[in-house]
Ligand binder design. Structure first.
Ligand SMILES: NC(=O)c1ccc[n+]([C@@H]2O[C@H](COP(=O)([O-])OP(=O)(O)OC[C@H]3O[C@@H](n4cnc5c(N)ncnc54)[C@H](O)[C@@H]3O)[C@@H](O)[C@H]2O)c1
Length: 350
């Protein structure tokens, strides 16, 4: 069973709870945070040791996986060192603040015995297994159109944490930090993005980075999608409507774990609804959120890949954010992959 060190005890505390749901798959043996009280409390919870020093974690030969839950600007520098130490790196979103940095991670992973697993825990849960079962049965047909909403409430209390809302530390705004999950789901279920047209704004909070966006996607398979983003909503809702040739799949509004929602799967041809309902009924409950995500990482490390989030997925997420930012700033539609000679490839910063 792999030994894990968790670095950063904010969302890292939620990761620790999920590891505790998988006691046969992971052992958290160290917690690292410069906030000693927080780190010590979490270490006690895990039964592992506490350290305030990242070097201490990297030098520990017994640690197999370093789970990086640090503020965004620290992800790439720490992940590169984890890979140099031939350990696996679990990296919270966003994996990087530019395409050039994401490419450096790809090169470092190729040299290392370790792998990078970007955190996209929204992918896991029963509803997505139901969609997969319908796909296996050949039901949905071609993707046609999708609408996704990331309408959350982030106010001054959220931005009191000094790294948030700043180009230097958060590296981007709602497109990079919040809607990145819904966009990952869109590409997972609708395929690669071919072209973007986007308009961004900072309308809800007095911060440097964007907190609203209106984005159009042309997918490589011809499907069209729209994404509406705001951090100025009255409550937190994530909503997805995926329209396929023969089926429309509609989520509820659970903001952080759409896979746990009761989705509505409707046949376009009403006479086929019973076929859908029969397939859905046979899908068992699944691990959702972080526990589902870590379970897939454990499978991959044990030599059964396929369900885990890969560095290629993480790179694709940064490619998409880069295209969205470039479209907003240039006023043009932008094709993917993004030209690496453009300034946006070096830095997402405005
Ligand atoms: N996947 C998700 O749904 C999700 C949700 C929330 C946050 N996140 C991501 O997780 C990351 C962390 O976000 P957060 O909200 O937990 O932030 P946070 O500020 O609450 O936590 C970060 C922790 O890192 C610690 N830290 C900072 N510098 C350190 C250092 N040099 N050594 C050791 N510890 C150090 C801080 O003391 C703090 O406790 C961000 O990238 C964020 O985007 C992901």
């Amino acid at each position: 069973m792999p030994d894990v060190a968790v670095i950063g005890g904010g969302i890292g505390g939620e990761h620790i709870k999920a590891y505790a749901e998988l006691p046969d798959r992971f052992r958290v043996t160290a917690v690292c945070d410069v906030n000693r009280d927080l780190g010590q409390r979490l270490a006690t919870q895990t039964g592992g040791r506490f350290t305030a020093d990242i070097d201490d974690v990297l030098a520990d030969p017994d640690i197999d996986i370093v789970d990086i839950c640090l503020p965004p600007a620290m992800h790439v520098p720490v992940a590169l060192r984890v890979l140099e130490a031939d350990k696996h790196a679990i990296v919270e979103k966003p994996i990087a603040g530019s395409l050039v940095e994401a490419d450096r991670l790809v090169a470092a992973e190729a040299r290392s015995r370790g792998s990078v697993f970007p955190v996209f825990q929204y992918r896991y849960g029963k509803a997505f297994d139901q969609l997969a079962a319908l796909r296996t049965a050949g039901f949905p047909g071609r993707p046609i159109a999708a609408a996704i909403e990331t309408h959350w409430n982030r106010d001054r209390h959220y931005y009191a944490n000094p790294w948030r809302g700043s180009w230097d530390h958060e590296l981007g705004g709602a497109v990079l930090s919040h809607a990145i999950h819904a966009h990952d789901l869109l590409t997972q279920h609708f395929g690669a993005v071919a072209e973007i047209a986007a308009v961004l704004g900072t309308n809800a909070n007095p911060v440097e980075t964007e907190d609203c966006a209106a984005i159009s996607f042309a997918m490589a398979n011809g499907a069209l999608a729209t994404s509406s983003i705001t951090l100025g909503a009255a409550s937190d809702t994530t909503r997805m409507r995926l329209v396929y040739e023969h089926l429309t799949a509609e989520s509820g509004t659970a903001p952080y774990a759409p896979g746990t929602d009761d989705w509505h799967f409707a046949a376009r041809d009403l006479t086929r609804q019973a076929e859908i309902d029969a397939i859905l009924q046979d899908v068992p409950d699944a691990l959702a959120g972080f526990a589902g995500y870590f379970d897939a990482v454990a499978d991959a490390i044990e030599g059964r890949p396929g369900r885990e989030v890969t560095l290629a997925d993480g790179l694709a997420s940064i490619e998409l954010v880069s295209a969205i930012y470039h479209s907003d700033r240039s006023g043009q539609r932008v094709s993917l992959p993004v030209d690496r000679s453009l300034p946006i490839a070096m830095s997402l910063r405005r």
